[in-house]
Design a protein around this ligand. Structure first.
Ligand SMILES: Cc1ncc(COP(=O)(O)O)c(C=O)c1O
Length: 342
């Protein structure tokens, strides 16, 4: 793995952690050819914001398309950075899966050069990800239209339990030699939420562009927060660079992901055993931390009032918050919510 590089300029000094990006890209030609600029940022949110500020200043298109729905903070982060936010079709409430046709239509009619926000894996809030074949179609469409991919990778390892499998979408886009931005968070997959560890990487076409991008990124960062905190990032870098620690981390990550997957099966089996009306197979088809249950806001309010179960009003639950002990209570509540007379 690459060594950390400390970059010092007259006005700023901060860690540039290529190691962070190795987790996603490994030894890709883009890294070997020095076409990637990576700057440490304040977790995933800060990485998105720095990327957005950079694009608002230096990119010719100021429209960013974000999936509908998406993580609630995306709109605010991009709008406040000066980008204009538009939605593209993503989730189909009827199938509780991907509206792939709608997604292709919306991206197909986006203006050339527009920015497109893509969740690298474990889409928040739906838990619905494109298949690899669908990713390939998305890639071809975006490249043919010159759309600029901006990946948000907040949950690498949490979708499948494998860092490599969860990096496939990003790797696909980087492998074609085109440009892209990637915001990475180590908050969840390293359990370092409070340390705000993350990075923004910009993959460029040439090493020369990458070095100019880096100097512009410093100019974005300097007046916002000057330097990122060092200790959390050092923990991550230490683990990524030590073979044994890295192995231990990937095993723990898989343990976490497998537990979430097992919670999905337990909840699905319990609802089926209970005879709760509806097709609950989306619970086991969706991946990552979140399940979009399909429960509506009245049903959510009922479950909160009668069963003291708290979730977002769009029916999203965090599977990580469930345990074998709490599955029966949640099953009772869902059953009552969907069968009660209104
Ligand atoms: C899709 C998505 N992107 C970014 C973030 C922000 O991550 P961080 O906590 O590292 O700022 C989150 C966190 O909830 C998220 O769900």
């Amino acid at each position: 793995m690459a060594d950390n590089t400390f970059h010092n300029s007259n006005s700023t000094s901060y860690l540039v952690l290529l190691d962070f990006f190795f987790c996603l890209l490994q030894n890709s030609p883009a890294i070997q050819e020095n076409r990637v600029t990576t700057v440490q940022c304040l977790s995933g949110t800060g990485s998105l914001r720095v990327g957005a500020e950079f694009l608002a200043r230096h990119y010719h298109q100021h429209t960013i398309y974000i999936p509908q729905p998406t993580w609630g903070n995306h709109t605010k982060v991009f709008t406040l950075a000066g980008l204009s936010v538009k939605p593209y079709c993503y989730y189909d409430p009827a199938t509780r899966g991907l509206n792939f046709k709608g997604l292709l239509e919306d991206l197909g009619s986006a203006p050339s050069g527009a920015i497109v926000l893509l969740h690298a894996c474990a889409h928040n809030p739906t838990g619905v990800d494109p298949t690899l074949q669908q990713w390939e179609q998305i890639r071809q469409l975006m490249r043919s239209k010159g759309l600029l991919p901006f990946f948000d990778s907040a949950y690498q390892g949490f979708a499948s339990g494998s860092l490599d499998a969860d990096a496939q979408s990003v790797r696909m886009f980087v492998a074609d030699g085109g440009e892209c931005l990637v915001a990475q968070s180590y908050a969840k997959n390293m359990g370092l939420y409070g340390e705000r560890v993350g990075a923004l990487s910009i993959v460029c076409r040439t090493a020369d562009v990458a070095s100019r991008v880096e100097s512009q990124l410093k100019l974005v960062i300097r007046p916002m927060y000057s330097n990122p905190p060092i200790h959390g990032a050092s923990i991550v870098a230490t683990i990524l660079k030590d073979r044994n620690m890295f192995q231990e981390w990937t095993m723990e990550l898989k343990g976490m992901a497998d537990r979430i997957i097992s919670m999905r099966h337990q909840l699905f089996d319990a609802l089926r055993a209970r005879g709760t009306p509806g097709d609950w197979s989306h619970i086991i088809k969706q991946i990552g931390m979140f399940t979009f249950t399909g429960l509506n806001s009245e049903q959510v309010a009922f479950m909160t009032k009668e069963y003291h179960i708290y979730m977002t009003s769009d029916g999203r639950i965090s599977m990580a918050g469930l345990s074998s002990k709490t599955v029966p209570h949640l099953t009772d509540a869902i059953h009552a919510a969907v069968t009660r007379a209104v």
